[in-house]
Structures are given as C-alpha cells and as structure tokens.
Write a protein that binds this ligand. Structure first.
Ligand code: HEM
Length: 418
C-alpha cells in the first residue's frame, strides 16, 4: 500500500475509535471530539471528581489544581520516556518527512532542555522585553487604526494574530513577514500538539515544517555573514561556539516563533470573547484601563489558551493515592486548574477585581514554565488597554466558531463592530 494511503487509513481508524469512546462517555475522548471539545469545563469538573482518571486510551489524567501543580514541579516526571525515544516530536508528520525533525526543548528533559533553554533565555528576560514596549504600542495602534476603519472587523485575523506575529518576528529578526502564511503555519503546528488526526493535516505539517526549516536555515546563513542585534544572531554565536547543533538551532527558532504568537493571539481572542459575555467587566476595564494587567491574569485563569500538557513518569509514582508505573503518560489539565473550587472561590465567575488565592497555571509551572511569559503579558496588557480605550462595546455572536483543537483553545474568528 502507498505510504499516504496507509497513514490515511490508520488515522481514519483512530478517529473512529476516539469518536466511539467519546460517545461512550470517556472524558479524554470527549475533550478531543466535537461538539464536547468546544466547552471543556463541564468535562474538567467531572475529571476533578477523581484524583486521577485512567482513560480507555491508557493515559492518566489529573485535573485538580493541587495535583497538576505537584506534577509540573516534580522532577520524577519528564516529557520523554526514560530511554529518550518517545514521544516523537509534535511537528513530525506521520508521512515520510524528507527533512529530519527533532524535539524542541519544550519536548526535552534535562540536560538537553537545560542547555537549550539557557541559550534562549537571555533574549526573553523581563529587562530585554521591556525594551520592546514601544514597538508593541506602535504595532497595536497601527493594527487597531486599520481594523476600526473597516467598521466591522475580525478581531482574530485583523488584530489578535498579526500583533504577536509582528512582535516575535521583529525579536527574532525575520524580515518581510507574510502574516497570513505565518498564521497558517501557526494553526498547523499548533494543531499538531493534539497529535495528527487527518491525512490533510499530516501533509500540511510536513510542508509547514519543511518551509520553516528552509526559512531559518537561510536566516542563519545570513546572520552568520552579517550578525545583527536579534535573537537568531545571538543563537548563531552559540552555534559558532559549539553550544548547539544547526538542527537544534533551527528547531529552537521554530519553537520561539510559533510559541511566540499562537498562544498570545488566543489570549487576546479568548479575552475579548469573555468580555463579550461579561459586559460589566468590559465597562470596568473601560473606566480604568490600568486594570488591563489584572485582565490578562484573569483570562489566563478563566479561559487559558493552553488547556492541556503532558508528562511522563520516570519512575513508578503514587499520585493522589493512585500508583502510576514508569514511562506512562499523564495528561495535566491546565485549563481545569483555574476552575477548581478547591483552589479559587467562585471559579466560574470572571472577575477582574478578584484577589486570586493562587498563581494560575496558564503559563505552566516547574522547569518548562513559559519562557515568553513576560512578553505575552506585556503584549496582551497593551492590547486589552488599547481595545478598552477604543471599543465602546464588545458584542459577539452567541456561539462563536472555536478552532478544532484541544490543547490550544482559541477562536477561528470573532467579528466585532467598531
Ligand atoms: C498567552 C501566551 C502564552 C501562553 C498561554 C503560553 C503558555 C505556555 C505553557 C503552558 C508552556 C509550558 C507547557 C508545559 O509545561 O508543558 C509554555 C512554554 C513555553 N513558551 Fe509559552 N505561552 C505563551 C506565550 C509565549 C511567548 C510569547 C513565547 C515567546 C517566544 C513563548 C515561549 C515559550 C517557550 C520557549 C516555552 C518552552 C519552555 C520550556 O520548555 O522550558 N510562550 N508556554
């Protein structure tokens, strides 16, 4: 059988099995299947009823704040099996690839994780990111001027996606950015975090990965000749010093680019959708735009862009009284933690004035804590403040179109009137 046909048949069979489990009520299968996936919060509430849920897929899932936080900080949990072989990189298409693909440092355990994260870290320090405030303000104003001039605009395509794409591309030093092309790569690579489920997706993943590798290889060659003041030039210096390989450099650039906008775009989109359903909160923000920073944190608790992550036991572990053998995958339901009544009072109420009892886990915790958190916070704060100053009301459709993804929660579009 041709490889494409074989892969297509296998994926179709997997989809059928998942749908069957979802219909039978398996919560993890429901999180991965429409229509249940569009409203995951009742599913999380059910999952929180047990300390650890064992899915029919063989995965374990934890959904309470305390257990999720514990696992993320526990060094006996990693992101790969002990032999380092599984799982395959998220961006590896099940189709023959043509170009080698290795895991990003998000998908690696120490010592490789520690080494690669340390090389990228200086570029994302709060002080360095503060230097981008002006660029973010200017880009925000320019995009909002253009969007509002249309009368009716799509918040996602006209503002929430292009803003972080412009900022992270500037930081990395990518010239002549084609926003729509990058947004497409982001959707394809973001969806791959759920695992590849269709042949179409497998083809798109292979081609997006090849395109991005080609782009970064050419930028690396340019910056080797003529270094600049950007993140790629800094990493090229580390390449020269033998601190990472060229493929690791290319993969790190891909991670920084995609993580740098997919998530932030959805934070802005999820936030505005939530404001549309809570007009009194929008009024509060409008009357005091300095609440934008509290708004960012509350959206990250209430409607976070990254809903799930995963860890793998490096030793047999007892979690919440349940024994989990070594090398088993544990799904950590980040999106559930902000709605846990044991962690927050009135967790299902969106309230900018709340004094949260705990730090949210929207940026995760432990050694994989989001490297871009200072940048994401600054971008979203400036975006919410600017929107509040310029949009009198947020009226959105009753049932918005959510993206067909589980790990990433975000809207396909959100049409607003100026
Ligand atoms: C609202 C926006 C964002 C959210 C919600 C978010 C969320 C997260 C989460 C949950 C993780 C950890 C996943 C895990 O523990 O398995 C993570 C890691 C990461 N994020 Fe973000 N992120 C955001 C923005 C950004 C930005 C702007 C960048 C900039 C480049 C970025 C770069 C990264 C990187 C490099 C990692 C991997 C860290 C590691 O493995 O050590 N993120 N992010």
């Amino acid at each position: 059988m041709l490889p494409e046909l074989r892969v297509g048949t296998r994926l179709a069979a997997q989809r059928l099995v998942t749908r069957g489990f979802a219909i039978a009520g398996d919560p993890l299968a429901r999180l991965a299947t429409a229509p249940w996936r569009y409203d995951p919060y009742p599913i999380y509430a059910g999952l929180r009823g047990r300390s650890v849920h064992r899915s029919r897929f063989g995965f374990y899932t934890v959904a309470t704040y305390d257990l999720c936080s514990q696992i993320l900080r526990d060094r006996t949990f990693g992101v790969r099996t002990r032999d380092g072989l599984e799982p395959p990189p998220a961006t590896q298409s099940p189709l023959p690839q043509g170009t080698p693909v290795i895991p990003t440092f998000l998908e690696q355990d120490p010592p490789d994780h520690t080494r690669l994260r340390a090389l990228a870290r200086p570029a994302f320090s709060p002080r360095k990111i503060e230097g981008y405030r002006e660029v973010v303000h200017k880009t925000t104003s320019r995009l909002l001027d253009d969007a509002l001039a249309k009368g009716t605009f799509d918040l996602i395509a006209d503002f929430a996606a292009p803003l972080p794409i412009a900022v992270i591309s500037d930081l990395l030093g990518i010239p002549d950015v084609d926003t729509e092309r990058f947004a497409r790569y982001g959707r394809v690579l973001g969806a791959s975090l759920d695992g590849t489920t269709t042949l179409r997706q497998a083809r798109a993943l292979r081609s997006a990965t090849a395109d991005l590798q080609a782009l970064f290889r050419s930028l690396i060659a340019q910056r080797t000749e003529a270094p600049g003041d950007d993140v790629i030039s800094a990493l090229v210096r580390s390449l020269g010093a033998g601190e990472l390989t060229e493929l690791e450099l290319v993969t790190t650039c891909e991670l920084l680019l995609i993580a740098g906008f997919e998530t932030t775009a959805n934070l802005i989109g999820n936030g505005m959708w939530t404001f549309a359903r809570n007009p009194e909160q929008w009024e509060s923000l409008r009357s005091d735009p300095s609440m934008a920073s509290a708004a960012v944190e509350e959206v990250l608790r209430y409607e976070p862009p990254i809903q799930l992550t995963q860890r793998i036991t490096h030793a047999a572990s007892v979690i919440g009284g349940v024994e989990i053998p070594a090398d088993r995958m544990v799904i950590v339901a980040l999106g559930s933690t902000g709605r846990d009544p044991e962690a927050y009072s009135n967790p299902d109420t969106f309230d900018l004035t709340r004094t949260p009892e705990r730090d949210h886990l929207g940026f995760s915790s432990g050694i994989h804590y989001c490297l871009g958190a200072p940048l994401a916070r600054m971008e979203a704060e400036i975006a919410f403040a600017a929107l509040a100053e310029r949009l009198p009301a947020v009226r959105a459709p009753r049932s918005p179109r959510w993206r067909d993804t589980t790990v990433i929660r975000g809207l396909r579009s959100l049409v607003l009137a100026a």
